[in-house]
Design a binder for this molecule. Structure first.
Ligand code: NDP
Length: 253
């Protein structure tokens, strides 16, 4: 499906919506949290570095956005109980969830498979796919309480075509695409929940710098520049879209 980089969201697009963003302290997740709040959402900021989440929180408050919430969680080591405790807290505080952006991600190492460290492989799978899967399961009852819930899983071009040396990261993104398709198909008859994957494309963040250290970052779009597609997919204008693979920006030429 073509990207919505030219989408023009209304100012109150996400008014009265409760949206959880994982990895909200940095990079694309930070931009998404700020952008969702700017368009009226009450944003739950989830991540592992509290100081970064606090800085996003302060920025939302300073801009006069709806009061956000901070939920510290490290996907490495997070247990099923942590996800269910989280669901209970959100149920008490909000009673429903209208949006879930699975954005947190770990690159691991770009290295020949022969040399890939099995512990690092497990870590990447835990943060990029296993944690998000069980978090989604715990949050489904809250998503079911919403009139129009959008669940977005973050993919990558290496989750659609394998690339040498990208190891666990690439495999985790294939799994992400697969899981989103399975769940979207399963929930086909629940019109109030849609599940899609979103590939941000090359974006100027710390992760991109680690993957391509020699690249001229000024040639890349910033996280803020790809937000139109993030807003479109989170908001009511994409109602009815489910089980799709969406790109946040046109492919680079
Ligand atoms: P960044 O590295 O800038 O940000 C990643 C975020 O994930 C950070 O907030 C980080 O927290 C959080 N995170 C990492 N590990 C954990 C963990 N164990 N528990 C909780 N949170 C964690 O990456 P990007 O913004 O570039 O990436 C965002 C998403 O987009 C990822 O899923 C990535 O795979 C995907 N993507 C990015 C592309 C790009 O070009 N940038 C291209 C294609 C896909 P902290 O700040 O505390 O480390």
């Amino acid at each position: 499906m073509s990207c919505k980089i030219d989408y023009q969201p209304t100012a109150n697009l996400l008014e009265n919506r409760v949206v959880l963003v994982t990895g909200a302290g940095d990079g694309i997740g930070r931009a998404a949290a700020l952008s969702y709040a700017r368009h009226g959402a009450t944003v739950i900021l989830l991540g592992r570095t509290i100081s970064k989440l606090e800085s996003v929180y302060d920025e939302i408050e300073a801009a006069g956005g709806p009061q956000p919430a901070i939920f510290p969680l490290n996907f490495e080591g997070a247990t099923l109980k942590d996800f269910h405790d989280m669901a209970e807290t959100l149920d008490r505080e909000f009673g429903r969830l209208d949006g879930l952006l699975h954005n947190a991600g770990l690159l691991g190492r770009i290295t020949p498979f022969e040399q890939y460290n099995p512990e690092l492989w497990e870590q990447v799978m835990q943060v990029n796919i296993n944690g998000p899967i069980w978090m989604t399961q715990a949050l489904l009852p809250l998503l079911q309480q919403s009139k129009d819930a959008s669940v977005i899983f973050t993919s990558s071009s290496v989750g659609r075509k394998g690339r040498a040396y990208w190891g666990a990261y690439s495999v985790s993104k294939f799994a992400t695409e697969g899981f989103a398709e399975v769940l979207a198909d399963e929930l086909e008859n629940q019109a109030n929940i849609r599940i899609n994957t979103l590939n941000p494309g090359a974006t100027r963040t710390q992760m991109r710098r680690s993957a391509f250290p020699g690249e001229d970052a000024s040639t890349l779009r910033t996280p803020e520049e790809i937000m139109p597609t993030y807003l479109w997919l989170m908001g009511p204008d994409s109602a009815g879209v489910s089980g799709q693979r969406i790109d946040a920006q046109p492919p680079r030429v």
